[in-house]
Design a protein around this ligand. Structure first.
Ligand SMILES: [Mg+2]
Length: 211
């Protein structure tokens, strides 16, 4: 039994959608918070809370912006079809926000299990809740590693895809890792073996050799 688990922003999408929102609506203050995050002085939960508190926009405004700027990896659907032919599945674990992820999945006709942070809007302010946090850990919003461990506990071989800082914990616990961007750098630092990829076309080529 094999399960594919993937990050969303910058992994399934070509660009990080949360960062596009912050660049447009919270620039340049959010970059100061991001520096603290990248230096690992603060966790994702604190970074998300403080960064998105800078965004003053309604759900409608943000959704129409996301609709304009977000794009799907051109080979992702082909990869899902390839998995489906073998009766295998993929689920998403994300440190993004549910309102734009659900909007995009629907727009792109993708029906995939999703664990992410929950947004509620009050006019032009948003409040973020973390239903998938690990209460014993103050760092992440959605504990991606927790899901990987849970699946492994059920006997799955877990293949993980990611591109960012919040992907290193799950990558260390997964059976196989596809990494790009910052995650590839972190895997090298941690001596974690991984397969580099640019898009899901590369993934299809690799996974095909496992059959
Ligand atoms: Mg990402």
């Amino acid at each position: 039994m094999r399960m594919f688990v993937s990050d969303f922003d910058g992994t399934i999408t070509e660009k990080d959608v949360a960062n596009l929102i912050l660049d447009k609506y919270a620039y340049p203050q959010w970059l100061e918070i991001e520096k603290e995050y990248k230096a690992r002085k603060i966790g994702t939960r604190e970074a998300i809370n403080r960064e998105f508190a800078l965004v003053k926009a309604s759900r409608e405004e943000l959704t129409s912006f996301v609709d304009e700027v977000a794009s799907l990896d051109p080979h992702f659907k082909r990869f899902l079809g390839f998995l489906g032919d073998n009766g295998e599945k993929l689920e998403i674990v994300s440190e993004g926000l549910d309102f734009y992820i659900r909007f995009l999945l629907k727009k792109w006709g993708l029906d995939l299990p999703l664990r992410t942070n929950r947004t509620s809007f009050k006019g032009r302010m948003m409040n973020i809740a973390y239903p998938y946090r690990d209460p014993r850990c103050s760092l992440c919003g959605t504990c991606k590693m927790g899901r990987v461990l849970e699946l492994r506990g059920k006997g799955y071989e877990v293949v993980y895809f990611g591109n960012g800082y919040s992907d290193i914990c799950p990558a260390l616990e997964a059976d196989k890792v596809f990494a790009k961007g910052q995650l590839a750098v972190l895997c090298e630092e941690e001596d974690r073996e991984f397969m580099p990829f640019n898009d899901f076309g590369d993934v299809v080529r690799e996974v095909r050799t496992w059959r």
